[in-house]
Design a protein around this ligand. Structure first.
Ligand SMILES: Nc1ncnc2c1ncn2[C@@H]1O[C@H](COP(=O)(O)OP(=O)(O)OP(=O)(O)O)[C@@H](O)[C@H]1O
Ligand SMILES: [Mg+2]
Length: 288
């Protein structure tokens, strides 16, 4: 972020003043036992209520570590996280009441059915049996698994297990929902149903979603936070980031199709004006 080629404000969009911060990560550091290099290295990032924030970063950037700390899985080495204004180091028990988590790797009970999982987690969040049943019915519809309600988790396909894990993160009206690569290993149709679920439940919630899919970050993310080597690298709306870093060229390649019915002659199937390679400048590369 200190590169002289870019002024600082091309990396960080000003914080939205009208929104409530849902989760504030403050100077967070995590050094795992026996390691010298921090997994999270002085991270500062805010996630806002009513928004989905896409959390992007290379393998090993520190996404899962940050999410694990803010959900209370293990403590930070230093720094802290405020969830709904409460410090995870002091108020983790009360934070858990309104927190939902979909971990990177499914943690499901092999012999509980889909319906039993949702009922179990809803009641853990202090819903009455009747409320839990209502929520379960709605969730089954929303994730497209009503026909699998009585199937044991161990007999679900990988994608279905993922969808169940996402549903569990939302039960009990969780206000802060942390989703670690929720759509990994999910087919495109099911991915769409997870997107619909997130958009339906976004209002009033702080949703943090890590992903390696750029299209997913673009479509779902009200804001995108990109981390690298345990630090926040840049953050802002997809439009802001595209304006800051999206300079370059679109290359459209059009290939003449061989007319297979016409005895080897080149056919007239072409998608461009002249079947050629066209490069269209998008924006002048002002920073380089
Ligand atoms: N339990 C652990 N003990 C020691 N080191 C760990 C542990 N968990 C993670 N790390 C290290 O911390 C760094 C960050 O890992 P993390 O899992 O947070 O990355 P990530 O951004 O989630 O990556 P991915 O996209 O692959 O899921 C890595 O260098 C990793 O090797
Ligand atoms: Mg991870």
């Amino acid at each position: 972020a200190e590169s002289p080629r870019f002024p600082l404000n091309t990396f960080f969009e000003p914080e939205p003043p009208d929104l409530m911060p849902g989760v504030c990560v403050q100077n967070l550091v995590k050094i795992f036992a026996g390691r010298t290099k921090p997994a999270v290295d002085g991270m500062n990032v805010t996630f806002y209520e009513g928004q989905i924030t896409a959390f992007l970063g290379h393998n090993g950037a520190g996404k899962t570590t940050t999410m694990s700390i803010l959900t209370g899985l293990f403590p930070p080495t230093s720094g802290t996280v405020l969830v709904g204004g409460k410090d995870i180091q002091i108020h983790m028990d009360s934070i858990r009441q309104s927190l939902g988590m979909c971990p990177q790797y499914n943690i499901l009970f092999n012999h509980l059915t889909v319906a039993e999982h949702i009922l179990f987690y809803a009641q853990l969040k202090e819903r009455s049996r009747e409320e839990a049943v209502l929520e379960m019915e709605m969730m089954l519809e929303d994730i497209g698994l009503p026909h699998k309600r009585n199937e044991e988790a161990q007999n679900l396909s990988g994608g279905m297990q993922r969808k169940l894990s996402v549903a569990i993160a939302f039960v009990g009206e969780a206000k802060v929902v942390v989703l670690d690569e929720p759509t990994s290993g999910v087919d495109p149709y099911s991915r769409r149903s997870i997107w619909d679920l997130l958009l339906k439940y976004r209002s009033g919630r702080t949703i943090i979603l890590s992903t390696h899919h750029m299209d997913e970050a673009d479509i779902l993310g009200d804001r995108v936070a990109i981390i690298s080597q345990g630090k926040l690298f840049c953050s802002g709306s997809p439009v802001f980031l595209k304006n800051s870093f999206g300079s370059g060229f679109y290359l459209t390649v059009v290939r003449k199709m061989k007319n297979t019915q016409g005895g080897g002659e080149w056919g007239s199937v072409s998608l461009g004006k002249s079947a050629s390679t066209r490069a269209k400048p998008l924006r002048k590369l002002t920073q380089q």
